[in-house]
Design a binder for this molecule. Structure first.
Ligand SMILES: Cc1cc2nc3c(=O)[nH]c(=O)nc-3n(C[C@H](O)[C@H](O)[C@H](O)COP(=O)(O)O)c2cc1C
Length: 132
């Protein structure tokens, strides 16, 4: 799989087009943040809008914390913070809130995107989870 992908990605333009096609057409929400301390959103796909009600353009420059609220489990967020600080991955579920305030269970993964040892961005794959 990796080998076939690597062959296909030989040209960087093709690689970018492939990633865009995957993210734009994914049924799951895809959210990418920069590597800054605040983790500012640099990309959200259409499925993010379907899941949360937020227009992708409206969340660029904000942080995913806009999805959190009174019911969000602080322990899950602490676990996420620790994983991010360690440059590792995270997977979990917590109550999040749509733009109109409707609570839902967010089930998401976060993985670092590295160039060598330097983290350049974080990618999250998100969907509505069945139960906590
Ligand atoms: C790529 C990425 C996606 C994230 N997505 C969510 C999310 O869907 N829901 C959520 O509650 N927090 C999400 N977070 C976590 C918050 O952005 C933030 O990292 C977390 O609240 C810890 O920081 P804090 O302790 O300063 O709040 C995401 C973080 C990253 C890096």
């Amino acid at each position: 799989m990796a080998t076939n992908l690597e062959k296909l990605l030989g040209g960087q333009d093709v690689g970018l087009a492939l990633l865009q096609a995957l993210a734009e057409n994914s049924f799951d929400s895809v959210l990418i943040t920069d590597a800054s301390k605040e983790g500012k959103i640099i990309y959200a796909n259409k499925a993010f809008k379907k899941l949360t009600g937020y227009e992708p353009d409206a969340v660029i420059g904000k942080t995913p914390r806009i999805l959190q609220g009174a019911g969000t489990d602080a322990k899950v967020i602490d676990r996420l913070s620790v994983a991010l600080k360690a440059g590792g991955r995270f997977e979990g579920k917590a109550i999040n809130y749509k733009k109109d305030g409707t609570p839902f269970i967010m089930f998401w993964r976060v993985v670092p995107i590295k160039a060598g040892k330097t983290i350049k961005a974080w990618v999250a794959i998100q969907r509505e989870g069945a139960s906590i």
